[in-house]
Design a protein around this ligand. Structure first.
Ligand code: IMP
Length: 196
């Protein structure tokens, strides 16, 4: 029988990417396929800590092997902020948050605008098991103004390294899913998932 895996996400795009990655080898279910379980509090100091906490709590609540992710943007000139606080860097919309970032970096010159998107994925297969953790990164620069309409979050202000000066929001979805922090973490996690 195929092993069953809970991917602790409500995000349909992330679920699609994971299913494409593991193919027929694993039956992937999401939070939407299960009765409601309490949502873990994401209070870790790192992406890894948050991902492990979520995977562990969901695995314990459901009795299934669980995979969870945590991601965000780390800006070097801001000592790694917004980091684990990316989703709450400013109240309001994604636009409000990237505008705050642009304002915070207004005096920072080109060569010091380096940043990376990071994604930690954690897999907990059962009670008492050590978590397997993989981290993917996507390097780039924070632009001075937004451009592009694809993606979400900080994509319009993040210029992706090696992509001809384009922002993440100017990449087609298939291109983003080749180079993104999440894609890289998924690829690293693949061997653990195929061994379930
Ligand atoms: P989550 O881990 O998917 O909840 O993402 C946390 C936050 O990090 C999001 O709300 C975004 O602000 C930011 N973030 C994570 N991944 C991306 C991405 O691929 N593009 C833009 N922003 C992202």
């Amino acid at each position: 029988m195929k092993p069953k895996l809970l991917f602790a996400t409500g995000n349909a795009g992330k679920l699609r990417e994971l299913r494409a990655l593991v193919g027929d080898a694993v039956e992937v279910v999401s939070l939407k396929d299960l009765p409601p379980v309490p949502e873990p509090v994401e209070d870790g100091a790192t992406f890894e800590e948050n991902a492990v906490k979520k995977a562990r709590e969901y695995s314990e609540a459901t009795g299934l092997p669980a995979l969870a992710d945590d991601s965000g943007l780390c800006v070097d000139a801001l000592d790694g902020r917004p980091g684990v606080h990316s989703a709450r860097y400013a109240p309001g919309s994604d636009k409000d948050r990237y505008e705050k970032l642009l304002a915070d970096l207004a005096d920072v010159p080109e060569e010091r605008r380096t940043a990376s998107f990071r994604c930690a994925l954690a897999l907990v297969t059962g009670r008492g098991d050590e978590a397997r953790v993989e981290v993917g990164r996507c390097e780039g620069l924070i632009l001075r103004a937004p451009k592009g309409t694809n993606g979400f979050g900080y994509d319009p202000v993040f210029q992706v390294e090696g992509e001809g000066g384009r922002s993440m929001a100017e990449l087609a979805p298939e291109e983003k899913s080749r180079v993104s922090h999440r894609a890289r973490a998924f690829l690293l996690m693949r061997r653990h998932l195929l061994a379930l």
